[in-house]
Design a protein around this ligand. Structure first.
Ligand code: PHE
Length: 346
């Protein structure tokens, strides 16, 4: 056996040993250059074949070919294994990690006006009031006339509104026309309802007044309803809505549809009673108008004022929400600023 054959076998063994230790495609390419390339070890080993005795040459040639075929096959197998491993690694490095937390959904919040409406409704329904729905588009008759404000009545100036192109049809300036709807539906039964909803006023928009806002009207009608019932209900409401111990003030006032009439103030939380632009530097914030239902209005609703009496109130929902949330400008409520809605929404 020629020494060259032994050298070829040794070369094959060395190449196979090295190959099995390789782990990257780049390493296998270098290995190919080292052993099987044009200037590789196998070519080098065969350079002496010309000086060999002629009869030995076929054997050496055959062995050299076998070594080449075997090493080429081994290289392909190794490269396939490495390619699989590299693919695996790339997939697990770049693939989707199903254990990562998902992208947060943008969950909306309840608008502060609606949150306050719900709070107010909850407090009154707990006291036995029903929630009654009344229209936002009203007639002049409902919004003014039947509430004791005939055409030309000076009090109409307090409630300038938006008129539609249909004569006599307008956007309601307060929830009070709902009193007439409720009375006409329930008469002659006693009534205990709240009427929440939107109101509209044609007036300058300032820190404390918007041209659209929400009110909740309250109406109680029955035999022997007195001013004490009104006061007790309002105090109970304020303690639940604004917290026990808040100061309340009943000021005499005037509304054509109530007699006597009051306005109810709560001490201003925004400035702690010291005075700020929201409370007009008085330390008090008006939250509602109220009074005993005017006998004319009871009669317009179908009730006999000699038998029935009642009280009514109308409160500003945003005013109440401002007090509760410490917001100092009503214009935030409808300016659609997401930062505000996220901060104070429920
Ligand atoms: N409707 C009155 C307003 O908008 C409030 C009110 C309601 C007053 C019921 C008395 C009774 O100012």
């Amino acid at each position: 056996m020629s020494a060259l054959v032994d050298k070829l076998k040794a070369l094959q063994a060395e190449a196979e040993a090295k190959l099995s230790g390789l782990s990257t495609t780049a390493e296998t390419e270098a290995w190919f250059r080292d052993f099987l390339g044009r200037k590789g070890a196998l070519t080098n080993a065969l350079q002496g074949i010309g000086q060999m005795p002629t009869e030995e040459r076929p054997l050496v040639g055959k062995v050299a070919n076998e070594v080449k075929v075997a090493l080429t096959a081994a290289l392909e197998a190794r490269q396939a294994t490495i390619a699989d491993a590299e693919m695996e690694a790339a997939l697990s490095a770049e693939g989707i990690d199903v254990t990562l937390p998902g992208r947060p959904q943008n969950v909306g919040k309840i608008h502060p006006s609606n949150a306050a409406l719900r709070d107010i409704n909850a407090i009154f329904t707990q006291m036995g009031f029903q929630v009654y729905d009344a229209p936002e588009v009203e007639t002049d008759e409902m919004n003014f006339e039947l509430l004791n404000m005939p055409d030309g009545h000076p009090a109409r100036d307090m409630w300038d509104t938006f008129y539609t192109t249909t004569p006599g049809v307008l956007l309601r300036t307060h929830t009070s026309p709902g009193q007439i709807h409720a009375m006409r539906e329930y008469c002659p039964e006693p009534i205990r309802v709240v009427l929440p909803g939107k109101c509209f006023r044609y007036e300058d928009v300032t820190a404390r007044s918007e041209m659209m806002f929400h009110q909740v009207e309250g109406l109680v009608v029955g035999p022997n309803i007195t001013f004490s019932d009104l006061k007790g209900t309002v105090v109970a409401f304020a303690n639940q809505m604004f917290g026990e111990g808040r100061k309340l003030r009943f000021r005499k006032s005037y509304f054509p549809f109530t007699e006597p009439s009051v306005e109810v103030d709560v001490d201003c939380v925004l400035c702690g009673g010291k005075g700020c632009r929201v409370c007009k530097y008085t330390g008090w914030l008006e939250i509602m108008g109220a009074g005993m239902v005017n006998p004319m209005v009871l009669a317009n609703g179908g009730y006999d004022p000699a038998v029935f009496s009642g009280y009514a109130f109308g409160m500003g929902v945003e005013r109440s929400a401002m007090l509760k949330l410490g917001v100092d400008d009503i214009r935030y409520f409808f300016s659609n600023d997401v930062r505000f809605l996220e901060r104070v929404g429920a």
